[in-house]
Design a protein around this ligand. Structure first.
Ligand SMILES: Cc1cc2nc3c(=O)[nH]c(=O)nc-3n(C[C@H](O)[C@H](O)[C@H](O)COP(=O)(O)OP(=O)(O)OC[C@H]3O[C@@H](n4cnc5c(N)ncnc54)[C@H](O)[C@@H]3O)c2cc1C
Length: 472
């Protein structure tokens, strides 16, 4: 440990069990590992020196940012205890370039802290999910995180122009040029994004920013049936010129479970919607923020005017329109309480699937009896505009939680999703939780290529042991 302390300072090498504990269990509480030490570098050079020292000491490294992974990748697994390398001290916003609309940051900057800083420049970093107050840029890039605004702005991958990283060799890759066009061979940036801490340690990034919307309009609407969702989404997109920023599915059972968990959260509709959608429009045009003759902002009137005919057509059966910022935020509090509700419920499994948009209703129809037969209650939520459904299951009332039955259900659901051309990891990554699924289901040629890349960059398997590949 002496060598590590020389690099980062003695205060930043934790070896005491109580000090290390918060770094060794993940957010869900499902994954706990062991480590020889937690080390907290404060610069890219310190990360590089730590990598060299860890290699010499033959200590594997698990990289950790905000520790909000829901795939078990942020904490060490079984096997030889190594280092947890916490990125939290690398938290400098290096530059916000208002004209180029980019931010250059250390990887340990918390997403929300960046959003607060860019807001002062009238700009936003539009990555939006419940853990943004804790998750860091490096973690979001390493998992290619998604969230509620992917529909409009894309995944983390789409928001990143450049990456600086330390490779398992200890070399620093400086890709922070921020160029929007650069076709000079293999793009390491894209290789590192989504690699979940197995190919390199991201230490910095250049990120795209967008203008902060002048106005947002949110509503919670009840659809007549799931099959109406695409018609409603397309009508909203067509009428607004593509201003839909979020289209989030919250079925009745999920809203009821959230309210049972936190009664302070209000249900938006008096009659609970079987198929509720939180829809949000956002516009940067001053005209859309101006008040019209009805006393509403024009964007809100536009939303209303678009939804009314959809109600006449019977596609939407009820709706609540947020008329104040507080009401809009309350809708989002409800949405963002889902994961916490599921975790608090007791044992659960959360499958994170994506499907071709048109296949979503049919797969959900076929999945329901599979869950019921297994004594499981689905608690679902979805970034429906992207075909991304978080299919969580808990024990149905009166049923006990049987891991074997749950495993079999997960397999059957994954078979179903695969049969419809979907993915078994839409945005949460593979981590440790789905390493076996990846080994079993990934196209063999792609899997072999992934292994070859891992072996080329990290032949000693220094980084992220047990993440993506359970055998290395
Ligand atoms: C309440 C809640 C809501 C969530 N909602 C969403 C959602 O809507 N969409 C979504 O995509 N995810 C969501 N997540 C999952 C999670 O927040 C994301 O995966 C997030 O990107 C992880 O960031 P982190 O900083 O916490 O990374 P960590 O959890 O610390 O790490 C995640 C993985 O990345 C690796 N890693 C971390 N930092 C680096 C780095 N600097 N360099 C290389 N590898 C690194 C780790 O080794 C690990 O494998 C949610 C989680 C919670 C708790």
């Amino acid at each position: 440990m002496q060598k590590f302390a020389e690099i980062v300072g003695v205060a930043n090498v934790l070896t005491d069990a109580a000090d290390m504990a918060p770094y060794l269990t993940d957010w869900t509480g499902a994954w706990t590992g062991d480590a020889a030490a937690v080390v907290r570098p404060g610069s890219t050079d310190e990360v590089a020196a730590l990598v060299l020292a860890a290699r010499e000491a033959e200590l594997p490294i698990t990289v950790q940012s905000g520790n909000t992974s829901v795939a078990g990748g942020s904490v060490p697994g079984a096997g030889k205890p190594g280092l947890v390398l916490s990125m939290s001290r690398l938290n400098r916003i290096r530059e916000i370039d208002s004209a180029a609309r980019t931010a250059t940051v250390d990887a340990g900057v918390v997403i929300e802290a960046l959003q607060t800083a860019t807001a002062e420049h009238g700009l936003d970093f539009p990555l939006m999910f419940g853990a943004r107050g804790t998750a860091q840029i490096g973690g979001a890039l390493a998992t290619n995180a998604g969230g509620a605004n992917v529909l409009r702005h894309g995944n983390a991958r789409d928001l990143c122009l450049g990456i600086e990283a330390v490779l398992p060799s200890g070399e620093v890759v400086n890709g922070l040029s921020g160029l929007r066009k650069d076709n000079t061979g293999y793009d390491l940036r894209h290789l590192l994004m989504g690699s979940e801490g197995t190919l390199g340690i991201i230490t910095g990034a250049v990120l795209k920013l967008v203008p902060t919307p002048k106005i947002r309009a949110a509503a919670f609407v009840a659809l007549s049936e799931m099959d109406a969702a695409l018609d409603v989404l397309n009508a909203l997109q067509d009428a607004t010129g593509g201003l839909v920023e979020a289209f989030e599915w919250l079925p009745r059972e999920t809203v009821e479970a959230i309210r049972a968990h936190d009664p302070a959260l209000r249900a938006p509709l008096e009659d609970a919607a079987e198929t509720g959608i939180l829809v949000e429009l956002a516009s940067t045009r001053p005209d859309d923020a101006a008040t019209d003759e009805s006393g509403e902002a024009r964007l809100q009137s536009l939303m209303l005017a678009t939804i009314e005919p959809l109600m006449e057509r019977g596609l939407i059966v009820d709706g609540f329109f947020a008329t104040s910022e507080q009401q809009r935020l309350d809708l989002w509090r409800l949405r963002e309480a889902v994961l916490e509700t599921i975790v608090a419920h007791g044992p659960f499994v959360a499958l994170d699937v994506s499907l071709p948009l048109s296949a979503v209703p049919e797969v959900l129809r076929q999945a329901q009896p599979l869950a019921e037969e297994s004594g499981l209650k689905p608690l679902l939520v979805g970034h429906l505009g992207d075909g991304n459904i978080h299919y969580a299951v808990v024990a149905a009332p009166g049923q006990t939680w049987d891991p074997e039955t749950v495993r079999s259900f997960s397999d059957r659901l994954t078979d179903l999703v695969t049969a419809y051309g979907g993915s078994y990891s839409a945005e949460h990554g593979i981590g440790r939780a789905k390493a076996a699924t990846l080994a079993k289901r990934k196209d063999p040629a792609q899997l072999a290529t992934m292994r070859a890349i891992k072996a080329a960059l990290d032949p000693e398997s220094l980084l992220g042991r047990g993440i993506l590949f359970s055998e290395v």
